[in-house]
Design a protein around this ligand. Structure first.
Ligand code: TYC
Length: 126
């Protein structure tokens, strides 16, 4: 289990007015005690962007899209494209929900502008 730190400051007692007066040995001089409390937040659900095969979108277009929007080098993008071509679908990347949805929108818009029927979807990752 992970923990989050909480600090509790012990109130200072009234002190003698002279600033150079050292604290008596039985006082803590305002020490901070760090306590451990159970961490309540869990990491956010991640989402995978899955690209779908079709019979019309050119392979080269898919490779460029994967490079451009998913930050893959050409070789990796080509492998992912071929996986989609052979299996019908393939994961292009895994992100937080907002980022994944943005990637989907960007890919669909790029496909639309180029007149290709390329589809991709966002789904919760395991
Ligand atoms: N099947 C397409 C072709 O033969 C290539 C392709 C690959 C299309 C991946 C979409 O997500 C895709 N031209």
């Amino acid at each position: 289990m992970s923990y989050m730190s909480m600090a509790t400051t012990i109130p200072k007692q009234p002190r003698p007015t002279h600033p150079a007066t050292p604290p008596p040995p039985d006082e803590d001089g305002g020490a901070v005690i760090v306590e451990k409390a159970p961490q309540k937040v869990k990491p956010p659900q991640r989402y995978q962007v899955v690209m779908l095969n079709d019979d019309y979108t050119p392979m080269e277009f898919v490779v460029v899209v994967i490079q451009e929007y998913f930050g893959k080098d050409r070789e990796t993008a080509t492998q992912i494209m071929l996986r989609i071509h052979l299996d019908g679908r393939g994961i292009c990347g895994i992100y937080t929900r907002d980022v994944a949805n943005t990637k989907v929108a960007q890919v669909l818009e790029a496909a639309r502008q180029s007149g290709h029927p390329l589809q991709c979807v966002c789904e919760p990752a395991a």
